[in-house]
Design a protein around this ligand. Structure first.
Ligand SMILES: Cc1cc2nc3c(=O)[nH]c(=O)nc-3n(C[C@H](O)[C@H](O)[C@H](O)COP(=O)(O)OP(=O)(O)OC[C@H]3O[C@@H](n4cnc5c(N)ncnc54)[C@H](O)[C@@H]3O)c2cc1C
Length: 376
C-alpha cells in the first residue's frame, strides 16, 4: 500500500498549481462575481486542464474520466479561487451525461469544445420546489407536432446564462429523462438568482414550449436518474477534494498569523488552546484528504459501485472544512473578520459545500441505508 501520489498525478497537481498561480491576482475579484470572469476563463483555456473532463476519443486526456485527477485539481484550485474551482468542475459535471449517453453526433458536437474550454456546460436538475427530492420535479417533456416540447423552470443552475447548452432532467410518461438543450434554443430564458453569501455564477432557467427533436434525449427515455447517478459517481468525491483544499488554505492562513502574532509574551501558536486548535485542524485535514483520495481511487475503477464512499468523503470533508475554517477565524481574532480577506472569503465559501451535490443529512441517510444492507 502506498499513500503517496505517483508521478502522473503529481504532474497534474503541478499543472493545477501553475493555473492557480496564473489566476491568483484575479481571485479576490473573481470570487465575488456572479458571472464568468473572462480572465479566469482564458487562464482555464490556456491551462489545458479542461481536457480532464472529456474522454480521449473526444479531445480529452484519458480514456475514461479519472476522479482522482479531478479531485487533485479541485483541491489545488479551491485553495486559491472558488470561482476557478467551480468553472473547472462544471466542465465535467455539465457534460458527463453526454459522455455517458450522448449519440456520436452529440459527443462530436460538444465534447471537444468542452475539452478545450471553448464552451461552458450546465447541468439543470434543481427546481423551485424540488431540491433534495429530485423525483418531485415538474419540468415536463411532452410530444409535439414534430418532436418534443419542454416546459418548466430550473433554479440555482451553475453557469446559467454563460453555458452553451443545458443538460436538463425532466419527466415524461416513461419516467425521468435527460435532454440536451442548446442555450440559444427558442423558449430558453435565464434570470439571475439572488446573490449568495459566497457569490457563484447561478441563474434560474426557464423552458417555455422549447421545441426539440427526439434526438435531443441523452440515452433512452426513462434513463434520466441513472445519468444523474453516473454523474454523481464521478463528481461527488471531487467536492470533497475541493473541501480539503479549502480547509488546508484556511489552516495555512491561521498558521501564518498565529506564528507571528504575540500575546501574553508568546506567539499565539504556543498558547495551549490555540496549539490544540491548530493540531485538531491539521488532523482533520489529513483525515479527510486520505478518505477523499481513497474514495477517488475506488471511483477510478467503478464510479457507480463506490458512490457510497464518495458520499462519506463529501460528508466528512465538507463538514470538516466548515469546522476548520471556523476555528481558523477564531484563532485569527478580529483579523479573521475583515471583509474580503482570504480567511473571510474561505469562511463564506465553506458553507454551501454542505448543501449542494447532496446535503449532509441526505448523504447520511444514503450511507446508513447502505450500511444496514451490508452488515449481516
Ligand atoms: C452554489 C450552488 C450551486 C448549485 N448548482 C446547481 C447546479 O448546477 N444544478 C442544479 O441542478 N442544482 C444546483 N444547485 C442546487 C443544489 O443542488 C440544491 O441546493 C441541493 O440539491 C439541495 O436542495 P435545496 O437547496 O432545495 O434544499 P432542500 O431539499 O429544501 O433541503 C433543505 C434542507 O433540508 C434537509 N433535508 C432535505 N431532505 C432531507 C431528508 N430526506 N432527510 C433529512 N434532511 C433532509 C437538509 O438539511 C437540507 O439542507 C446549486 C446550489 C448551490 C448552493
Amino acid at each position: 500500500m502506498n499513500f503517496e501520489l505517483d508521478e502522473p498525478y503529481l504532474a497534474i497537481q503541478r499543472q493545477a498549481r501553475d493555473f492557480a498561480c496564473a489566476i491568483e491576482p484575479l481571485a479576490t475579484e473573481a470570487d465575488e462575481m456572479s458571472e464568468i470572469h473572462p480572465g479566469v476563463l482564458t487562464a482555464l483555456r490556456e491551462s489545458g486542464l479542461s481536457d480532464l473532463m472529456v474522454p480521449a476519443e473526444y479531445g480529452g486526456r484519458t480514456k475514461r474520466l479519472d476522479p482522482l485527477a479531478i479531485c487533485i485539481v479541485r483541491e489545488v484550485l479551491m485553495a486559491t479561487s472558488a470561482h476557478a474551482d467551480s468553472m473547472f468542475a462544471l466542465q465535467g459535471i455539465g457534460s458527463y451525461a453526454i459522455t455517458v449517453a450522448g449519440t456520436a453526433e452529440q459527443r462530436q458536437q460538444w465534447l471537444p469544445r468542452v475539452a478545450a474550454a471553448e464552451v461552458l456546460p450546465a447541468l439543470a436538475l434543481t427546481e423551485p420546489d424540488a431540491g433534495s427530492d429530485l423525483k418531485s420535479i415538474t419540468t415536463e417533456i411532452t410530444p409535439g407536432a414534430d418532436g418534443l416540447l419542454l416546459n418548466g423552470t430550473k433554479s440555482y443552475i451553475s453557469n446559467a446564462g454563460a453555458a452553451a447548452f443545458y443538460v436538463v432532467f425532466a419527466r415524461e410518461d416513461s419516467g425521468f429523462s435527460m435532454l440536451l438543450v442548446p442555450a440559444d434554443a427558442a423558449g430558453v430564458s435565464v434570470t439571475p438568482t439572488p446573490e449568495l453569501i459566497a457569490p457563484h455564477v447561478l441563474g434560474d432557467v426557464r423552458f417555455d414550449n422549447v421545441r426539440l427533436s427526439p434526438d435531443a434525449r441523452l440515452g433512452n427515455p426513462g434513463q434520466g436518474l441513472n445519468l444523474v447517478l453516473a454523474t454523481l459517481g464521478v463528481f461527488r468525491v471531487s467536492v470533497a477534494g475541493a473541501a480539503v483544499g479549502l480547509a488546508q488554505a484556511a489552516l495555512e492562513e491561521a498558521v501564518r498569523h498565529t506564528r507571528t502574532r504575540v500575546q501574553f509574551g508568546r506567539p499565539l501558536a504556543r498558547l495551549g488552546p490555540v496549539a490544540q486548535m491548530l493540531a485538531d485542524c491539521w488532523t482533520e485535514v489529513e483525515m479527510t484528504r486520505l478518505l477523499t483520495y481513497r474514495a477517488a481511487c475506488l471511483a477510478v475503477n467503478d464510479p457507480a459501485a463506490s458512490l457510497n464512499h464518495s458520499s462519506m468523503a463529501k460528508l466528512a470533508a465538507s463538514e470538516a472544512a466548515s469546522r476548520v475554517v471556523d476555528r481558523c477565524v477564531q484563532m485569527m481574532g478580529r483579523y479573521g473578520l475583515v471583509r474580503d480577506s482570504k480567511i473571510e472569503r474561505l469562511y463564506r465559501q465553506a458553507r454551501p459545500m454542505r448543501i449542494y451535490e447532496g446535503a449532509s443529512e441526505v448523504l447520511r441517510l444514503g450511507i446508513a441505508r447502505q450500511l444496514t444492507e451490508e452488515v449481516r
